[in-house]
Design a protein around this ligand. Structure first.
Ligand SMILES: Cc1cc2nc3c(=O)[nH]c(=O)nc-3n(C[C@H](O)[C@H](O)[C@H](O)COP(=O)(O)OP(=O)(O)OC[C@H]3O[C@@H](n4cnc5c(N)ncnc54)[C@H](O)[C@@H]3O)c2cc1C
Length: 340
């Protein structure tokens, strides 16, 4: 279906860069649409919802989940159109208007585009055990959304990355028992976190993987894990209440893998951008982790700054007479009126 309305700016990606672009684009009085693949907003912050973020200017230490809520509320200030659950798979230009084509066939029309797709669409690498997905609604977790749900539980964590180590250390004082199952011989990650883990009550099974899952009598939950030691050819039974799997993420970045014709890409990973987050295609900007320019910072603050810069560049592309940046919010009449 072709959405016949033409937007000034269409933002692809609803992470920090996309959300802040949506806010600022509204402040600059542009008709704005944001399109996100997931049924939820927040981008990579969804990977660390319970972690506390300290390095966003002016914000007290704040949990990832709360940062999402605040970014989302701010993004909605000027009522942009937000489309969830659509993956943009290609972009083309017809009669000076960009057409963004979604996987489901929808076509969105826009004068400019801000690509804010971060590292692409992240999907947790699933446990390679048949039918394990049926426990995803009960006690098999691919992300830790709420620490309290693990209180006094016997939790097994599968994985050996920084994140797995981090979750094990975070859950240790909350859960009744934490067990780490890792296929490698030794952990590799932040030294201090490994030392903390090895000196804690966390039980580690190295050279082990989860070989089988045994369910409860009603077949709804995981009751026991059968671990396999690949060196000793030993099997161990482990009774658990919850299993957290952290085997990394599969990434899909379709706009990089099948890029817009002629757009400049660096290292098969980033859009090369100039000082206005501008790509080499007029009217297309890239903001956040997907954008590579001098002085690029791959942090939330960097993503917000890119959003600001990209929106200003889009504004002056559409209207070359427009101010190069917007009215400061402390003197923006509509925002000040709302603050009263
Ligand atoms: C574990 C971890 C901890 C971190 N901790 C911190 C921290 O403490 N402080 C800090 O400042 N930064 C931290 N970061 C980095 C920070 O999360 C990123 O810099 C930031 O999320 C980048 O934002 P973004 O909007 O560019 O991309 P993302 O957050 O990656 O968002 C991109 C969005 O685009 C969507 N998307 C992708 N492709 C498409 C498509 N084709 N169609 C539609 N939607 C699409 C994705 O689904 C995603 O929602 C951390 C990162 C990780 C992984």
């Amino acid at each position: 279906m072709v959405n016949s309305e033409v937007y000034d700016v269409t933002i692809v990606g609803g992470g920090p860069a996309g959300l802040y672009s949506a806010f600022y684009s509204g402040l600059r009085e542009m008709k704005t649409k944001l399109i996100e693949y997931n049924p939820f907003l927040g981008g990579k912050l969804n990977v660390y919802l319970e972690k506390v973020i300290w390095d966003i200017g002016g914000l007290p230490p704040t949990k990832g989940s709360q940062v999402i809520t605040q970014l989302e509320n701010q993004a909605k200030t000027f009522d942009p159109t937000i489309v969830l659950g659509e993956k943009i798979v290609s972009i083309q230009k017809e009669n000076n208007i960009f057409e963004l084509i979604a996987e489901n066939g929808n076509v969105h029309l826009s004068k400019t585009i801000i690509i804010a797709v971060g590292s692409g669409i992240l999907k947790p690498t699933k446990l390679a055990i048949t039918d394990s997905q049926k426990y995803e609604s009960t006690n098999l977790y691919y992300k830790v959304e709420n620490l309290e749900q693990f209180r006094d539980k016997r939790v097994a964590i599968s994985g050996g990355s920084n994140s797995a180590i981090d979750w094990a250390n975070t859950l240790e004082p909350i859960a009744s028992e934490v067990t780490l199952v890792y296929r490698g011989k030794a952990l590799r990650g932040h030294e201090a976190e490994i030392t903390k883990l090895l000196n804690s009550s966390i039980k580690c099974y190295f050279n082990n993987t989860i070989d089988q899952i045994l369910p409860t009598n009603d077949l709804t939950r995981i009751k026991t894990l059968i671990l396999k030691d690949h060196e000793l050819e030993l099997a161990t039974e482990l009774d658990i209440d919850a299993l957290v799997v952290n085997h990394g993420y599969d990434r899909e970045n379709v706009l990089i893998e099948k890029p817009i014709s002629g757009i400049e890409i660096v290292d098969n990973h980033y859009f090369k951008t100039g000082s206005g987050c501008d790509t080499n295609i007029a009217g297309i900007y890239a903001a956040g982790d997907i954008s590579l320019h001098d002085g690029k910072i791959n942090l939330i603050s960097g993503a917000l700054h890119d959003g600001l810069v990209a929106v200003n560049a889009a504004k002056t592309y559409i209207d070359p007479k427009a101010e190069s940046y917007g009215m400061v919010s402390s003197h923006h009449d509509a925002l000040q009126a709302r603050s009263k």
